[in-house]
Design a protein around this ligand. Structure first.
Ligand code: MG
Ligand code: ZN
Length: 228
């Protein structure tokens, strides 16, 4: 150990000023998430929450899945962002209903916002809803939305340590997507190592390698979600 390296300053439970981690708030969110889930089940609608940092390819992945699934399912998309509607507009070009959700300063969607967004959709006319979360790998893990499955997208352009540095969100994922594999060599990132990290943190998740821009691997994501 380098002697210049001091001891780790560790945050004790409840020490960081973070209203998001208030147990009551998390519990209220969980309750609303359960209500969303039962509402969706009543209408036979499957919701899939897509998480990942900004720029990893969440929107491109969703667009690719819409292209593959449009003939088979009636699809809508919810798109969480702080203040912009750039992604929502991009997705609306695929001729599906899109509900932009602007969180203001909040760095994640919560079940209450999703409930509000659900009220704007005609659930009887839908089979599938993709929910693109705000670009963030930390707090979305704490805020279930009521979705049936959770996808986490990581990109090789984020470097080699994204998965080990954000264990909680990956632990909770049903499908882990390693995107932009065509850029792995240029980035000096080993895709196999990222895959191993994913499988170690969450042996239950299906791990899929993609180049969402070209469409490579998107079909496998759809299969991993049980949609095809
Ligand atoms: Mg996006
Ligand atoms: Zn947040």
């Amino acid at each position: 150990m380098n002697p210049r390296m001091k001891r780790v300053v560790k945050a004790e439970e409840g020490e960081v000023y973070d209203i998001e981690l208030d147990a009551e708030i998390l519990e209220a969110n969980r309750r609303i998430a359960e209500e969303n889930r039962s509402l969706l089940r009543r209408y036979n609608v499957t919701a899939i929450d897509v998480m990942g940092s900004t720029g990893t390819g969440k929107t491109t992945l969703i667009a690719g899945m819409i292209r593959l699934l449009k003939g088979r399912y009636r699809i809508a998309v919810m798109k969480g962002d702080l203040t912009t509607t750039i992604d929502a507009e991009a997705i609306s070009r695929y001729d599906v209903d899109v509900v932009p959700i602007n969180t203001g300063k909040e760095c994640h969607l919560d079940a209450n916002l999703v409930r509000k967004a659900l009220r704007t959709l005609k659930l009887e006319d839908l089979d599938l809803i993709f929910i693109e979360n705000v670009g963030n790998l930390i707090c979305p893990a704490e805020f279930p939305l009521g979705s049936e499955k959770r996808v986490v997208v990581v990109s090789v352009t984020e470097g080699p340590y994204m998965i080990v540095k954000h264990p909680f969100i990956f632990m909770d994922a049903d499908v882990i997507v390693i995107n932009k594999i065509d850029l792995a060599e240029a980035m000096g990132v080993e895709v196999d190592k990222l895959r191993m990290d994913a499988e170690t943190i969450n042996p239950r998740a299906k791990v899929v390698q993609t180049n969402c821009r070209s469409g490579e691997g998107v079909g496998e994501v759809v299969k991993a979600l049980g949609l095809m």
